[in-house]
Design a protein around this ligand. Structure first.
Ligand SMILES: [Zn+2]
Length: 148
């Protein structure tokens, strides 16, 4: 659940500052507000893991996005010829699976408990209230804002 008066821009700005070592300046946060706390936790874990394995500065976040109703965060070596040592690769996989698993139970809009649904071919993980709004928007010819 999001705090009252949640400020998306400020929240993302803080993430960019705190994780400047792993976030390229132009990277997009292509998810809705309800997932930003999952992204925050994942970034902390990824940065901690890279530093502990001596990989600070050698890997960067490539994408933060939603796909098939699931949060996807890709972290790649800066040098294409680099590849992660096995223990680091295993940790990064575990972090990715944890954040993806969390996202599949969290409404992307409001952060409440949610589940993935198919909305006329487009998958999104939503709570019952936002799923209803999305269905009504599709049924109404996709006019105006989806969510209030
Ligand atoms: Zn919701």
């Amino acid at each position: 659940m999001l705090p009252e008066n949640f400020d998306r821009d400020e929240f993302i700005q803080q993430l960019r500052q705190k994780h400047a070592r792993i976030l390229p300046p132009d990277i997009a946060f292509a998810v809705e507000d309800g997932w930003l706390f999952i992204v925050q936790l994942a970034l902390e874990r990824i940065q901690e893991s890279l530093e502990r394995h001596g990989w600070a500065g050698r890997a960067k976040i490539k994408q933060v996005k939603e796909k098939w109703g699931e949060l996807q965060i890709y972290v790649r070596p800066v040098m294409e010829v680099d590849s992660y040592p096995e223990p680091l690769a295993a940790e990064l996989t575990a972090i990715r699976m944890m954040s993806a698993g969390d996202s599949l139970q969290t409404c992307e809009i409001c952060g409440e408990l949610g589940e993935p649904g198919n909305f006329d071919g487009y998958w999104q993980t939503l709570c019952s209230k936002h799923a209803e709004q999305r269905r009504a928007w599709v049924a109404g010819g996709r006019k105006g804002e989806i969510f209030d």
